[in-house]
Every structure is written in C-alpha cells, then in structure tokens.
Design a protein around this ligand. Sequence first.
Ligand SMILES: Nc1nc2c(c(=O)[nH]1)N[C@H]1C(S)=C(S)[C@@H](COP(=O)(O)OP(=O)(O)OC[C@H]3O[C@@H](n4cnc5c(N)ncnc54)[C@H](O)[C@@H]3O)O[C@H]1N2
Ligand code: MOO
Length: 405
Amino acid sequence: MRQNISVEDALESILSQARPIAESESVPLSAAFQRVLAQDLPSRVFHPDADDSAVDGYAVRGEETITASVATPVRLEVVGEAPAGRPFAGEVQRGQAVAIYTGAPIPKGANAVVRVEDTVRDGSGVWLLKPASPADIRHRGDDLRQGEVYLHRGTWLNAARVALAAAMGYPSLPVVRRPRVGILSTGDEVVEPGQPLPYGGVYNSNSYALAGQVQEAGGEAVVLGKVPDSLEALGRSLAGVGLLDVLLTSGGVSMGKYDLVRQMLEKDGRIHFWKVKIQPGGPVLFAEYRGLPVLGLPGNPVSSMVVFHLFGRALLFKLLGRSDAPYAGIQATAATAFGANPSKRAYRRGILRWTPEGFTVETTGNQSSGVLRSMVEGNALVMLEPGESARVGDRVTVIPLGFTV
Ligand SMILES: Nc1nc2c(c(=O)[nH]1)N[C@H]1C(S)=C(S)[C@@H](COP(=O)(O)OP(=O)(O)OC[C@H]3O[C@@H](n4cnc5c(N)ncnc54)[C@H](O)[C@@H]3O)O[C@H]1N2
Ligand code: MOO
C-alpha cells in the first residue's frame, strides 16, 4: 500500500484500475440527456435540406434589383408565396418575385432575397427599396452534411448535443450503460434524517451529497444506507452489495480505533493507496474488494465531496469513456486572502464571480471540513500548492464546481 502520495499519483493509480464499460443500450432521445454516446453518429440528413431563406421577404433574380433604392425603387410582380414547409413549385421568371418566409427553399430561378422591411407591397406587385442580397440565403448543408460525424463516441449528451442528434434524424441513441455506484456510509453517530438525533449524533448528509455527485457525473447511485462501526456489520454489508461497478464508502478511513473501513479492506481486500497530500480529504483510500474498486471517502462532509470531485468523477468518466475532462482550472483574482497548508495541496471553498474585470474569488469563510455550508455558499475550489497562500489581488487557480470544459 502506498501512502501520502500526490494527487497526480493517486489519479494515475485510480485510472489504471478502471476498465471502461463495454455494454451500451439504446434510449429514446427524451431519455438521452446526461448520458454518454456509445458510438459515432453520422448525420442522416443535410441541414438545411435545401438552399433556403434566412429571412422573411421576397425571392428574386438578384441581377434585376441592383439599381433598387428608396429614390429609384424596382417593381416586380408577386407570382406566389413560399412559406416554410410549402415550397413554391414554379420558377421565378424575369420581372417576378415570390413572397418567401424564413426556412423556405429558394424557388427555382431566384438567387437572392430582399427583406420584407426593405419593400412596399402594392397590389399584385412589390416595390423593392434595396438590392436583394445573396447573403440572406442559407446553403444546403451549411450546418450538417449527410454522412459526416458530428457527435463522437464518448460525448456527454448535454441539451445542445441531444438537440443535434434530433436534427440529424435520430429518434433514439446508443448510450453507455450507467456505472452502478454503491454508496455506503459508516459511523455509529450517523443517523438517517427523520430519526431522532441522539446526543452526539449527526444526520447522514454524505450519502445524499454523493448520490447527487454520482448522478451529475453520469453514474447510477445505489444508496446502500449506513453500517455501524463494527467489522462484522461492515463485512456483511460489503458481502451483500450486489452488482456494482464502484463502491464509495464514507467515513472510517482515518486513524481512529473505529475507522473500520480501512481495517476491513486491509484484511480482506487490497489497498492501492491510503492518504493523499491534500486538504481537505487527506485520509482518502483506494482499494479493491473482490474485484470491486472501492473509493474510501473521509467522513467529513466537505472532504467527502471534494475527494469525490477530484477522484470519483475521474473514475466514473473513465468507466463511461467520457471524452471531456472531469474538471478544469481557471485563473481568478483573489478578492480575499486564502491561507496555505504547509505540506499539502489545499482546496479552499470560494465564491467565484464574473465581473467586468474578469473572474474574482472570495472565501466562504470557515474552511473546516465539517462546514458543509461552505459547499453550498461556494461554487468553486481555490487550489493552492503546499505552502502557497494568496493575498487580495493575487491570481489563483480555481476549479469551478458545476461546469467543465
Ligand atoms: N489522529 C488523527 N485524527 C484524524 C486525522 C488524522 O490525520 N489524525 N484526520 C482527520 C481528517 S483530515 C479527516 S477528513 C477525518 C476523516 O475521518 P474518517 O474518514 O475516519 O471519518 P469519521 O471519523 O467516520 O468521520 C469524520 C467526521 O465526519 C462526520 N460524518 C461521518 N459520516 C458522515 C455522514 N454520512 N454524513 C455526515 N457526516 C458524517 C463524522 O460524524 C465526523 O464528524 O479524520 C480526522 N481525524
Ligand atoms: O482532510 Mo480532513 O478532510 O482535513 O478534514
């Protein structure tokens, strides 16, 4: 078992153990949001399907309109109309125009469009006050060309990507099976919300934070409840976890006599590493238990969430074959001071704001790992290398929580 390793070494150890999920399933578009595409998707269609109008106006022969102006308007005969979805069947001849609407194919014979606001309707004709513009025509395939791949395997399906799959003609999509992620909380003091809280007790918040984080990363959260601090109970729970791809445990990984997750995994599993040089979350462990990867998260609520963000997300991304990064850093200007940890990389909770001067970040205040509020009030982690502090005005690296690039 390796101990006191760097974030980079810990990530490498975790990712080298993770085997991407090979199974996929087909889901209707309406269920594809926040899934991961399992295959490359070539477009089934051209979009636009034909050269069409980008504006409401009149489709004309452009060369006939070159001299049009307010002082010298050009009159054309309106021979029909082309609403979107009902293309004009004929051909525009010399001296003619067709009333056209945004999205309608340009009729045969026409090669330019005059916007309706640059015209005056006059009975069966129309006066053009400006030359027609070929720039108001969108060309077949400007957006999508049939057969070309626009969405690749490993793509996280956000709203725009599901919409693009729809635009390409797919009613359902092949997606990677969601990794099943078991969540087991430990600790005699941990009580389910709704139960009376005994003296010294604490409500189980970690299971719910982790369940949400697992889903945000694309996994299926299987909340396994909590086990008391006894090796026997823990052993029974671990034996009965069922079909899982990953197990997350919360608590019981530190130095205490009752920190049984570590003891159990030492005895019956294989611990790859224990303790990473980070704060919060230092006591994190990564192990294998009967072939199941186990990420042991420290019990403190902030530590558990931060460690999941740094390591759990990366593990799930690898299992899902996601091609985007699990998180990313940006630069911001410190609006308050941030204190250093002398020997560990620190992740302080901050409030990231976009201002006219760029990104700024302010501390959430009390940085204790037990203050879950800091994860609610904050929207970012300020990353400080060992010994690095920040004064007001310093540039710092910040990991936004809630979006990736
Ligand atoms: N002698 C030392 N003691 C501790 C060290 C150390 O290095 N030497 N490390 C500290 C650090 S850092 C952390 S983080 C914690 C991690 O400890 P555990 O993972 O063993 O967690 P527990 O002791 O079980 O609990 C810690 C804390 O979190 C609360 N908790 C636990 N589970 C939940 C839950 N599901 N929902 C909400 N809150 C939970 C628990 O009541 C404790 O207050 O160890 C330090 N100790
Ligand atoms: O790592 Mo502990 O997470 O500092 O409280």
